[in-house]
Design a protein around this ligand. Structure first.
Ligand SMILES: NC(=O)c1ccc[n+]([C@@H]2O[C@H](COP(=O)([O-])OP(=O)(O)OC[C@H]3O[C@@H](n4cnc5c(N)ncnc54)[C@H](OP(=O)(O)O)[C@@H]3O)[C@@H](O)[C@H]2O)c1
Length: 287
């Protein structure tokens, strides 16, 4: 039986990137819808549920993507709400690659540091979808997570969202000028940059002065890179006594994880793959 993936994308045009990786991950056919709103979801998902018998439903799955994470979360909630046992299909949320990217970074950090309990983690520009997901997962690992934002109200909004979504406590601090970096990074053992493409967030001198630092991960692949002195291909290199990962160093694992998750969707008909479940899959892969 052919593996069918229903792609529900909140952006006007459904993501070609997600389609290519889905084919590589094991989908035989992709039924793509762009510009999907929460009101559209129920009928589209019912089209998956009532067509094949319960025993064959694992061969149909739902993929939720698009540029906007909060819209993606609404689509996921509507998809889950539309289903009832035994007529369920597996579903995954990865708006703009945020879940798979954050999880790939978190698992690299876990591998490098081991037990994260009580360790200070600073996530630069942690208000975006990738930073928020990473903050929640690292806080669930027991780390003391601080996210930075240029604006106090933005940081506070993200802090509240992360706390509610992951049931954890994280801190938010304002970083509007590089002169504040020394204080923000004081005592940090892990530094993760989730700032936008093409923006240097921290100089080599600033992070080099943090004697407690063990791991630095930069997710920005576009020059200038986000953490000066860390190569885009770094995948565990030692940089001044710090284990370094660049965007491609994390991205290679992210792509493998993305494909593995698509394959997993077709193994059972009752899975909801959001950040935590995707992290479990990534940890299995890392072992
Ligand atoms: N390797 C992969 O597969 C992959 C996949 C997805 C994303 N990524 C990368 O992961 C990173 C994070 O992605 P994202 O979508 O979460 O990021 P994003 O939403 O574009 O940006 C994150 C935060 O950066 C801050 N920001 C925006 N412009 C800034 C500027 N000029 N200077 C300093 N801060 C600025 C904003 O926070 P405040 O307004 O609160 O300051 C924003 O919330 C990006 O570099 C992206 O390219 C990689």
């Amino acid at each position: 039986m052919r593996n069918l993936l229903l792609q529900l994308d909140s952006s006007r045009q459904a993501s070609v990137f997600d389609q290519v990786v889905a084919y590589d991950g094991g989908a035989d056919e992709i039924m793509s819808y762009g510009g999907v709103t929460p009101e559209d979801v129920r009928d589209l998902v019912h089209g998956c549920m009532f067509t094949r018998g319960p025993r064959d439903l694992r061969h149909t799955a739902v993929w939720i993507g698009g540029n906007n994470m909060s819209q993606g979360e609404q689509l996921l909630a509507m998809a889950v709400d539309a289903m009832f046992p035994p007529l369920t299909v597996s579903v995954m949320l990865d708006s703009n690659g945020s879940n798979t990217t954050a999880v790939a970074a978190v698992v690299k950090i876990e591998q490098a540091v081991g037990d994260l309990k009580g360790r200070k983690v600073v996530i630069l520009a942690g208000t975006g979808p990738v930073g928020q997901r990473a903050a929640g997962l690292l806080a669930r690992d027991g780390a003391n997570v601080t996210i930075t934002s240029r604006k106090p109200e933005q940081g506070e909004k993200a802090r509240q969202f992360i706390s509610a979504r992951f049931n954890v406590q994280v801190e938010a601090t304002t970083l509007s000028d590089p002169s504040q970096l020394a204080q923000v990074l004081d005592g940090a053992e892990v530094l993760l940059n989730s700032g936008p493409a093409g923006v240097q967030m921290v100089s080599r001198a600033a992070w080099g002065a943090v004697k407690t630092l063990k791991v630095a991960v930069d997710l920005n692949a576009v020059p200038p890179l986000g953490i000066e002195g860390i190569g885009v291909d770094d995948a565990g290199e030692q940089r001044g006594g710090v284990t370094a990962y660049g965007a491609f160093g994390v991205g290679n694992f992210k792509t493998k994880l993305h494909k593995r998750c698509v394959a997993r969707l077709f193994e059972r008909n009752d899975q909801v793959l959001d950040a935590e479940a995707i992290a479990d899959i990534a940890r299995e892969m890392a072992r």
